[in-house]
Write a new protein. Sequence first.
Lengths: 526, 321, 298
Amino acid sequence: MNGAFKKGIAAAAILACVSFAAFGQAKMQVTLANYQIEPTDPDGESLVTYGAKFGVLFVPVNIDNNKYHEILNLKLAAGEVPDFFYLKEADKLNNYVKQGVAAKIPMDMLKKYAPNLLKVLADNAPGYLDMGKVKGSLYGIPAVNATNAFHIPLVYRTDWMKKVGVTKMPTTLTEFESLMYKFARNDPDGNGKNDTYGLSQDGLNAVFGAFGLVPFDHNSKGAAGTDYWLLKDGKVVNASIHPDVKKALALMTKWYKDGVLDPEFITGENQGGYWALSHAFIKGRIGFTTRANYYHWAMPGVYNDIAEDGSKTPCQPGANAKELIAIDPKITIGLGPSLMGPDGKQGIKKYNMLMNFYCFGKQVEKDPAKMAKILAFMEENANPDFLVRNAIKNGTRDKYWKLLDLETETTTFIPPYDKDTGYVSRIGATLLRAELPFPMKSPSNMWAYSLGYDKLGIDNLIQVGLPVATKYKADLMKLRDEAYLQIITGAKPPAYFDEYVKAYLAAGGTEAQKDAQAYYDEMSAK
Amino acid sequence: MATNTDAAGGASDSIATAPRKQPLSRRLWDNRYLILLFLPGMLYFLVFRYVPIYGLVIAFKDYNFSEGIMGSPWIGLEVFKEMFASHGFWEVFKNTLVISALQFVTGFPAPIIFALLLNEIASLRPKKIFQTISYLPHFVSWVILAGLFTQFLSPSTGPINILIQAMGGKPIYFMADPQWFIFILVVTEVWKSIGWGSIIYLAAISGIDAEMYEAASIDGAGRWVKMKSITLPSLAPVITIMLILAIGKLVNDNFDQIFNMYNPAVYRVSDVMSTYLYRKGLEDMEYSLATAVGLFKNVIAFAMVIGANALAKRINDSGIW
Amino acid sequence: MGIVKARLGASGANPAFNILNYAFMLLMSVTTLYPFVFLITSSLSGLDMTLGGFSLLPRDFTFTNYQKVFRNPAIATGYYNTILRTAIGTSLSLLVTFCLAWPLAKKAFPGRNAWTALIVFTMFFSGGMIPAYILVRQLHLIDTVWALVLPELVTAYNFVIVRNYMQTIPSSMEESAKMDGANDIVILFRIILPVCKPIIATIALWVAVWHWNAWFDSMIYVTKASGQVVQLVMRRIVLEGSDQLTQMMAEAQRQGMVIAPEGLKAATIMVTTIPILCVYPFIQKYFVKGVMMGSLKG
């Protein structure tokens, strides 16, 4: 015990000394805070391996990912600014810069030490690097979630469709509406009772999408959601007050009244349990949803995975598919395209691809040698050779993972690590990890491409946090959620939307839009 | 460290002004063993509760990491002004008070009644079993309970509504109707905390001298008389103290419960201080606002506790101090 | 047993009341037991129990969830750290709380009201997380068990309850001991604490359960891998799959590496909750007995 305590104190002492970088030690120390599943010690295998490779001493700053910002802020408040840290919530970049804890990252440093990184971003996510700029200088290197290039899924009960005599997946809002009415009225489950509906809360995304809008984030509880912005006649508008929302709401009000929209949409489709599940859909209450991601709905064998021996094997069911099969193996589902609306717009919500930012501690600004070392391991993550970059992400090849197929970049974890996702953090690999947008090649990605889900997702015009807009965001979202709900349930007439827009603008919406416009103008000026 | 000496100085002042019969040095010497017992605890309070208390000034500062708590610029009452003027602040404050008051009115007596009823169970084994089972909800988090309640209370598939319909009633959407939702918040909170809350009363009951009951039995007193004339009077001091402490919690609300159960249809009545703060905290690093809200709440709570304490002292000469 | 009989003496027993009382207790038990049994079956299910209607039978019975929980290499040290902090934290907290409450329960203690007010003040006003973290850091407590024990050593709430209880003890009890020349320390341990048995057990339960369930302080104050408490280890197992935003987790979910997250969550709750539920009656029994023995011997 005593020894362990001493070791702990020693580690704390190391951390404490780090801010005085020139400590006369042989190796330069680099403190790291990043996405972590479990804590690691300074002797974590990846930290040692890559420390030797780049000639630095990597010191972990273990911060639990679940309360990342809370704890990072405590460390910052106590003056422990890590040399390298990621921002879990991308829209906080502005604030950290304002607080004076993030270092400026000169472009010529990037060009010199991380050319591959720049290339990957430029090739696969053009424009995203600019999101890391505040007042013209780069402070954060964006982490881009390539999988979010695919929009949310449009999932139908195809066995119900057959039952009500529809064979073709809806492609327009009109076809969709007629199908929803049939789901609600023609007893698609054949139990003789009038107990089915067309759609519920998540399904509304498809309707808004047909008007080219993503006005609300249905997964947002108490306004933790994303704000969506779009251009209207060259002006930046918050999607939630776009005049076309009124048209979509009118449709929903009608459906609610006609019993096509599940009256229990208010409490949502998921009722506890795993977040991706749609209880209403799985239990056969509704016939359409857009919940979660496409891969949660993969029925067994819709595409082939690569097996241990390199041969092809039918894929495993996704989380929702698994539950559906358990309820009744005869259930069939299908994933359809986004819908074309009456004004000729077509699309559906997609999540922001901008996920996090990688930042450097303020002290690194005056220490180009250290910045070069940090960029070196980030560059390793951008290495064109898949095997090289997978090693820094997941540890030593053939010890933790092995390659099954290079073409689709399929790997498998070697037991016991296949059932132990935490190992990557225990060896320190996740501390050295940078998520970069490489082209997606896995079989499940190929399936999503074949569905056309990489197209017609509605891009959020502004994905970064805006200083003024964020200030009002939560209150505005509360206004929005209440207004939409009252209109849909008929508690307020459709004309109430105009009142909502007025209230929105009065409660800070005007300032928020001004802020968004200014940011957009600044960005597009380049 | 300044806080430390201040606190000690303030305390010795009050020692000096206290009415005395003997010189202070004599009284200290007389109490030397008690002082020895008292010192570790008081030292703890000074170091761990009073040294960090300077953090309260964040409410009056534009807090900033690079300059720290002391170095950040003063902004006076700016944060409070902004808070009071902010959209919906008074609404959430009112909601907090309403929900807390209702939960207090029902949730305060419930564990006392439960403890008394449990005490009336004659055989030891069922009594222990009932008691242990009543603790269980204390260990289940609101995230899980919220999901279960939503299913139970569903207007179409929930057993409660199936029952209501079977009896000829119309189904009720409990989670989306503002009045019913408040009712559900109150009932579920009482249900979750009744067993755990009764521990203190059961402990006090077990401390009652058994001879008192025996004597009463010999006098022919029934169960009701014994409860009224022995159990309840013996519980009076602990009930008083728990009451005063509970009054101090009236400005607090249960974030985990409300956050996991509410939805836009009931925001109007159930958006409370903690959910408001959560929303604000998400946007920004709102340390100053969080500290200001806490300070605002706790000044009220402190005042209410002082008031309740004075009242309790006047009524039955017992209180916190 | 004599006590029980006497207290509930047959005189005036009302069968109707008894039946009603039992019925009420049974109803209470069923409703409070339900979520717990739900979690037990959930922990034994391969499918999500939230989709099983209101049945309490496991869906797709399996031990996989428990296997996954116990396979985690951090779980043994997690238990060790939790037991350590609970044991040290509870005993030290009781000792200091009762030692502090006794002098302040006595009317003659100099400055009694001022000190009490000073303590009660902290129930409402605190400096928040930042100065607390800086203090713990300056005291070099980071990465030690003391960072988990000392910051919440005594709460004003528990202090008030204990002091209040002690004030109800008749002063005649200590007077005879004083006559025999016992000092205040001896009196506290030999005369007062035995009378405080019920409140000792209550506070011990509160503090022990608090320590057992606490994880946030460990998250802040303990950074080394070997110092994590079991609740934190469990939390990580549970939340591993819930981070829908990371690409890595999306990959893991797609490959089916994150299995039946709800069952897993339930299994971890069982594994962390059942020990404290089972152990407590024994602790209570022996702990209280120990206090008695100590007072008799001393």
